[in-house]
Design a protein around this ligand. Structure first.
Ligand SMILES: [Mg+2]
Ligand SMILES: [Zn+2]
Length: 185
């Protein structure tokens, strides 16, 4: 069994942009490289779980998203960091969404606060939730982890931290979380 850090993407790894669709708009948040290095050295699998309803909204395609994620993997690899998985939800629950892509509209089990992405990662990578953590900048991130009994950390680097107050442990950013976990074995 493996231990893992489940990471929301926007506002945790990269700076929040409304519906990031261009690789050149991908900008890492300060301290993220160091944080991920710490997690990796501690033996955690690194798993991104991200809602990407921009696909259902027809703002970008799965192929566009793959290009952004390849760029992210490349930047991290230059720093000797390997992502063990990237899971995204392309859906949006509103079946009548204006200009939406019907293929991705409707309820699913993956869109956070549901926990479908975490469960899939557990299957693929044999994760022990009791040794794992989740980091997010919104309430639904933390709730998604809570459904699996995973300890959540809220960070203030995103724009969606409203509502997080009573959930999980709150720290400034991912680097603070890494240092916290390192010093609380
Ligand atoms: Mg976020
Ligand atoms: Zn979904």
């Amino acid at each position: 069994m493996n231990k893992a850090i489940f990471l929301d993407r926007d506002g945790v790894i990269n700076k929040e942009v409304d519906y990031l669709s261009e690789p050149e708009d991908l900008e890492l948040i300060n301290g993220v490289i160091e944080a991920l290095s710490i997690f990796q050295k501690l033996g955690f699998k690194l798993i991104i779980i991200t809602n990407q309803s921009g696909i259902a909204r027809n703002l970008f395609t799965e192929n566009d998203l793959d290009i952004i994620h390849q760029k992210l993997r490349d930047i991290l690899l230059e720093n000797k960091i390997t992502l063990d998985g990237i899971y995204y939800c392309p859906h949006h629950p509103d079946i009548h969404l204006k200009n939406g892509n019907i293929k991705f509209l409707g309820n699913c089990n993956c869109r956070k606060p549901k926990n479908g992405m975490i469960l899939q990662a557990q299957k693929d990578l044999s994760i022990d939730f009791t040794q794992s953590f989740l980091v997010g900048d919104s309430l639904r991130d933390i709730q998604s982890g809570n459904l699996c009994g995973i300890q959540g950390f809220g960070v203030k680097t995103g724009k969606a931290c409203i509502g997080l107050k009573n959930e999980g442990i709150h720290l400034d950013d991912l680097l603070k979380v890494a240092k916290y976990i390192k010093s609380h074995p």
